[in-house]
Design a protein around this ligand. Sequence first.
Ligand code: PGA
Length: 261
Amino acid sequence: MEVVIVKDAKAGGELIAGAVADLLARKPDALLGVATGSTPLPIYDALIAKVRGGGVDASRARICQLDEYVGLPAGHPESYRATVLRQVVEPLGLPAEQFMGPDGSAADVQAACEAYEEALAAAGGVDLQILGIGTDGHIGFNEPCSSLASRTRIKTLTEQTRIDNARFFGNDIEQVPHHVITQGIGTILDARHLVLLATGEGKAEAVAQTVEGPVASLVPASALQLHPRATVVVDEAAASKLKLAEYFRHAYDNKPEWQGI
Ligand code: PGA
């Protein structure tokens, strides 16, 4: 696992957008897995700016969702489909055919989960998966004690996650669904490159457990330790509980530039 400590969220966004740009230069139709929430927004802002500035051609990029609420009416503005369309797909100027996600309004949720697994495989797998992290260590919506081998399936949110996400629903926790579809941890680990961004002091404990704690389903993000190419990008606040922070800084400062992240 590589840990990169950056000055702030904007620098993290720039760094990761640069990695996406490098990927698209190598593989113009790369499948980019995107996360929702507040943390990844600086990545999307930086990527959109690069595309609009003409420095990056993302016209053939394909985008896929990590997770989705179950039971919101189709087209609900806080569904993750609507969110990713608004924050990523439309600003990049991509047609809806280059975007896929699980159907959170399907009558048969299990079938929707299986269909999404099949769609990801048929698309050739995810090339780069952007991840956030919950204060409880979740990735996607894989809450603590999710199987580290799990595939896309329905999960029940913890109350903490519903509280954390109430801000997207007018601060009314009653509006936050209890159920979600999420790529499983096994599904996420199939991506070729995992890039997790964490910013702010509220994530420091989850980051420390993810990077320096044991691999344990209690901290789902710790499964990144099992991936051959996982990059954790953290700002100073999110890095504040890392015992090896100085080593991570030293390693990155001395990394050959051509390696990227
Ligand atoms: P956040 O969400 O970026 O809004 O903090 C992260 C997550 O729950 O994965």
